[in-house]
Design a protein around this ligand. Sequence first.
Ligand code: KPL
Length: 304
Amino acid sequence: MQSPSSAEHRRHWYILGAGAIGSLFASFFLEAGRPITLIGRRGRQGRGKATLRLQRGDSVHRYPLNLQTPDSDGRIDYLLVCTKAGEVEAAVADLAPRLAKHATVVVLANGMGYQERLQRRWPAWRFTWGITTEGAWREAPLAVHHAGSGETLLGSPGQAMPGWFADWQSLGIRCRWETEILTALWRKLAINCAINPLTALHQCANGTLLQPPLSLEVATLCEEITAIASAEGQAAAVADLPARVDSVLQGTAANRSSMLQDVMAGRATEIDFLNGHLVEVALRHGVKAPRNREMLQAVRELAR
Ligand code: KPL
């Protein structure tokens, strides 16, 4: 791990969202000796000095941190947003009065559709999009399990690696600046759209999709997703989609997808930002999307 320069020391990151991924990234910064401020929802975790508990295997770490709610004080120059896709825009809007004129805003959330809206609504802010395969689950407020190490990609279309990315490189995690971030977002979107709704509808672990009859449904979805992404100019993101989905299913066979977890916990799902986004793109290009539309409606129905 590199020791941070004085310029890096001056950058203070705020993390919005105290769910599993927000808490996990808070622990990465704290572990690297970088104080952060974690912003939770009003009335949830409270405010002031708090302790974040991180469990990795059998080892438990405790980190003191500063906890805020969106209506706390303090100007924000560097913000990491780790909310559910459906909450990103409202959560950012809630914090908007505190953001500096040219704030850097990194959004690490699933799905697509909100990116264009955010950039259009706040054109002066420098948005960066991210995806991560780090595994985490939240045991209780401010208590998170790091279930598996993965890779985190950040990028902003057409933007070279910014100076602040040094902060992320000093975290001791696998993390890289991705110049083709849209392709990476589409690749992840395509995989999630082929897996998540089926696991939620059939209430099964990811590995169940490897066997017939569900494997046939995965194959049909992959075909349709490939056609939609290609019409959008994202053919590279879906090259070999069935093989990529297969490998994710093999690697996560025992896991419950995030959408199944949402359904089981009675939370809103991210279906509108996954298959819902594909349906919108398909409509724009005049491509048929019956299977994705079916997934969208069935999961919305399930969540209701
Ligand atoms: O990202 C995932 C999710 O559950 O949202 C997959 C890759 C499907 C793993 O479960």
